[in-house]
Design a protein around this ligand. Structure first.
Ligand code: HEM
Length: 520
């Protein structure tokens, strides 16, 4: 009797499982048949290879060559995720509001910054805050910040001149100076808060800010699982966890306390009509009555502006200096271009400097600050593909059904290294490709140079013009006075935290270059 019962239960289980399996959505059925690497661990899936590789892209760029522009990887605890670098699919995702941030990202953003920051709001609220930012980030708006950019760049030059007499050289962590310079720029130009950390690296705001960059230093094993668990953690618990007595949360809490104080100070200045500065925040206050953004919402952008506007530019600058140190002939030609423009004695027209802009484009192509972003489908949908995929069943598909809740990695750096689009030398640093016409056979998906480094669509980086001008000015001022070269046996690798940054042979953060002050 018991064995008959067991047999019936077994048969029922098989029938029900078969029914569920047959009734799976087309998206789930196809997902399982997509190509992709074997997962080495149930706990981490492929996440350590993808996000914590010794050198960013070690696995990912190989997987793209092996499996194509859309493939499947395993997330934590057996979850299926997609990695996408197909142009049509990317275009669709970045322009389609059905793709938002995964819950973990919202929650972390809300808990550590503010719930009204532009990266964490959607729909009409997002559109209004973006409209409020746009005068300050327009071509003219950004041009108004030029005196600030020049002032900070000249202070950076002065600091290096103090360390190095004409004709001599010194080994320096140039990444540190890029961090201080870009922090001073974002604080002064965006927030109207002169910090001057280039000359005063121990300024409390600089210390707090650079501490959180240290806390986010490397995406570690624990961080990968913590991020996964965050999805299921209530927000109030995340806020409470900020008070845990451990290094990273201490740094986050100190950052939150400092930015709360700045928000309070800016609110008071606004109420008393005291702010006489011409910074981005002031342009946002001025536009807010038209855009229906409240003063509270304006100040809530402060923590995000500090985070999004500093680390990104600082690291792109570091990568550009590294490429110059590796390519001395190009550095020499670029210096000639810079000196020729400076000799003209009028305001430098940065967009008319082909080599400077080729350097920035090539650096942003190979080492974009955010090489891989995450999105989640908030409803079932279908992704068009520019290149056919062959599933493990031999079916060829041109459209990929996506189920609600699917997490997708937007592989921006891999997209910018696709050989069919960028040529067989796509992995090489070759700024000359930008001087010889259109270097990419693909579509322009982002705002700048067919690149996706600033993303595109409604969430395109609003600060892209700001970042470009800031980087043009800093490089022009530094390279007019100094040359950079690689110290012997110095292997630099890219690691990923919130952005990709350089580490040395021992895995320590920083970019040590030999800086030589040119003879007058
Ligand atoms: C080289 C420098 C920079 C790069 C490569 C860069 C790249 C990006 C990318 C890829 C995103 C989209 C992130 C996502 O949706 O997941 C983004 C968003 C953003 N960036 Fe930038 N960025 C840079 C500099 C700046 C600067 C200087 C500012 C401000 C002064 C800024 C402000 C922002 C803001 C506020 C967002 C959120 C936009 C939104 O969600 O609507 N960025 N940036």
């Amino acid at each position: 009797m018991a064995s008959q019962l067991l047999a019936s239960i077994g048969a029922c289980t098989i029938v029900v499982s078969a029914f569920i399996w047959l009734r799976r959505s087309p998206a789930s059925r196809i997902l399982g048949t997509l190509p992709g690497p074997r997962s080495p661990s149930w706990v981490y899936g492929n996440m350590l290879q993808l996000l914590c590789a010794d050198s960013y892209g070690d696995y990912e760029f190989r997987w793209q060559q092996q499996y194509g522009a859309v493939y499947r990887v395993k997330g934590c605890f057996g979850e299926d995720r997609l990695v996408v670098s197909d142009a049509e699919a990317l275009r669709n995702i970045i322009n389609n509001p059905s793709f938002g941030y995964p819950p973990a990202r919202w929650k972390i953003g809300n808990a550590t910054m503010s719930s009204d920051n532009v990266a964490c709001v959607v729909g009409e609220k997002h559109r209004r805050i973006r409209a409020d930012m746009s005068p300050g980030f327009s071509a003219q708006g950004v041009r108004n910040f030029l005196p600030i950019f020049l002032d900070v760049a000249n202070k950076m030059v002065n600091e290096w001149e103090i360390l190095c007499s004409p004709g001599s050289s010194i080994r320096l962590d140039v990444a540190k100076m890029m961090n201080h310079g870009t922090l001073d720029i974002i604080c002064t130009a965006a927030l109207g808060l002169p910090v001057d950390s280039v000359q005063n690296p121990d300024h409390p705001l600089a210390r707090t800010h650079l501490d959180i960059l240290g806390a986010a230093f490397v995406r570690a094993r624990a961080g990968i699982v913590a991020e996964f668990l965050t999805t299921y953690t209530p927000e109030f618990m995340l806020r409470l966890s900020l008070h845990l007595p451990i290094g990273p949360t201490r740094a986050l809490l100190a950052f939150k306390t400092t930015t709360d104080q700045i928000m309070e100070q800016k609110t008071q200045e606004y109420k008393l009509n005291q702010s006489e500065t011409n910074d981005l925040l002031s342009t946002m206050f001025a536009a807010s009555s038209k855009t229906e953004v409240t003063p509270a919402q304006v100040v809530h952008q402060i923590p995000l502006l500090l985070v999004a506007g500093q680390d990104t530019s600082a690291n792109v600058l570091s990568w550009a200096l590294l490429e110059l140190a590796r390519h001395l002939d190009f550095q020499h030609s670029l210096r000639q271009e810079i000196l020729a423009h400076k000799r003209q004695g009028v305001e430098v027209e940065y967009d008319d400097m082909p080599l400077l802009n080729a350097l920035l484009k090539e650096t942003l192509r190979l080492t974009p600050a955010g090489p891989i972003l995450e999105r989640m489908a908030t409803e079932d949908c279908v992704l068009p593909l520019s290149t056919e995929i062959t599933t493990s069943r031999g079916t060829h598909i041109r459209e990929l059904p996506i189920r609600k809740g699917q997490i997708i990695f937007l592989a921006l750096a891999a997209y910018q290294r696709q050989e069919p689009l960028w040529g067989s030398d796509a992995h090489e640093f070759k700024p000359s490709r930008w001087l010889e016409g259109d270097p990419c056979t693909g579509p322009a998906l982002g705002p700048y140079a067919k690149l996706l480094s600033f993303l595109g669509g409604p969430r395109v980086c609003p600060g892209w013009r700001f970042a470009l001008l800031e980087m043009q000015v800093i490089l022009t001022e530094l390279l007019a006075k100094f040359s950079v070269s690689l110290p012997k046996n110095n292997v630099i690798r890219a690691r990923l935290s919130t952005v990709q940054f350089p580490v040395d042979n021992e895995g320590a953060k920083g970019l040590h270059l030999t800086v030589e002050r040119l003879a007058n």
